[in-house]
Design a binder for this molecule. Structure first.
Ligand code: G3P
Length: 217
């Protein structure tokens, strides 16, 4: 399973990239606004920090303007992946861009039928939002199970990119189901490293080591 980080914070991206686990980055207009920098410039900076796909989202609602925005965004770097909303115009844009070899992430997916449509439009990634479903009283992971089943039934190559992840259980369940990618905020990814017994183990080892009075360097 690939790990993407869901942020436009370049310091956080650089920190996680140094661990070697980062396969890509996703942003959205909310995250880009939060970064407080010029959108094109921050996208360029992010693309230089990772080799994998960096999702940059269009903000137009009509196909023609989405294509014009995508034209600007895909010139930023070779690893830019154009993010489009799951609407008719978004899927027209998806079809046009993927036919030209540009990677597309179809976002704001909340149903398995929407995911089916995105796959038929040739999406590189589909982004179902699990956390927002949970917030609304529906277990978002059911959606991931359905999409996995449907994509496998028809051998669709669209990668399931589990988005709107809130905690480690979403990550674990995504891996169990066989999702292709997860994207999560830096704090959730950093939380995966942690275990109370790891901390306790280090504490015990260091206490015993201190008794020897030795140092390695
Ligand atoms: O970037 C898309 C998605 O991950 C947003 O998550 O936390 O705003 O629901 P969230």
């Amino acid at each position: 399973m690939k790990f993407f980080v869901d942020t436009a914070d370049t310091a956080e991206i650089a920190d996680l990239a140094a661990t070697g686990l980062l396969d890509g980055v996703t942003t959205n207009p909310t995250l880009s606004a939060k970064a407080g920098k010029d959108f094109i410039e921050v996208t360029r900076e992010i693309c230089a920090l990772v080799d994998g796909p960096v999702s940059a989202e269009v903000v137009a609602l009509d196909h023609a303007t989405m294509m014009r925005e995508a034209e600007v965004l895909r010139k930023i770097a070779d690893n830019v992946c154009i993010k489009v909303p799951l609407t008719i115009d978004g899927l027209k844009t998806c079809k046009a861009l993927t036919s030209e070899g540009t990677q597309v992430n179809v976002t704001l997916c909340f149903s398995a039928n929407q995911a089916l449509l995105a796959a038929k439009a040739g999406a590189t990634f589909i982004s179902p939002f699990v956390g927002r479903h949970d917030d609304n009283g529906f277990d978002g992971m059911y959606l991931i199970r359905d999409i996995r089943l449907i994509y496998d039934n028809y051998a669709f190559e669209t990668q399931i990119l589990v988005a709107s992840i809130r905690h480690g259980v979403h990550v674990l369940e995504s891996a169990r189901i066989g999702a292709d990618v997860i994207t999560a905020p830096p704090a959730v990814i950093k939380g995966l490293f942690k275990h109370v017994l790891t901390d306790k183990g280090i504490e015990g080892f260091l206490a015993d080591w201190a008794k020897t009075g030795q140092s390695i360097v």
